[in-house]
Design a protein. Sequence first.
Length: 193
Amino acid sequence: MAMFLESESRRFANLSERELESILSEKQSEKTTNWCVSTFKAWCKEKQIRTPVEDMSLGQLDANLRRFYAEARKMNGEIYSKKTLLGFRHAIERHLNQPPLSRSLKLSTDPRFKRSNEMLDAQLVQMKRNGLENTKHKPAIEDKDLKKLKTSKALSPDTPSSLLRNVWFHVVLHFCRRGREGQRALKKNKLPV
């Protein structure tokens, strides 16, 4: 019986929080990479570029990326955000560098991609000039609402659960800039003492 219990306990892994987050981020990276590469391939198809991205020479890739960065649009015709344009470059790089291709390219720093990087930088500057950086910030909590929260029983130090909510609220308010993503990534060593 003891052997059965021992083998049963080995059946399931004990993963740390870091390992769980790694699995999630890998899955999301793969999803993002696939979307970005398929968007680039759709652009190539529309422009009648017949060479698959995987088979493009460095010169072809640089020239095509240069035009892509300037011409890429959302389905509704809007310009992609800064984060998305930079994401295209990173995702295409990831796609070309992972097996079986393993091309060992660094699109952002390799001088052979100078022209495409100049175009990407110019696009980002143009977006900034036109006020199209697309960073959408959540509105701040108004002072009267913040005061109401701080004086409510829900955040009072009178009970253990409300004290816990109070601490959580203040940690999130002051240290978690990106919502739940920031909460997941926040570790004890990130808090100044």
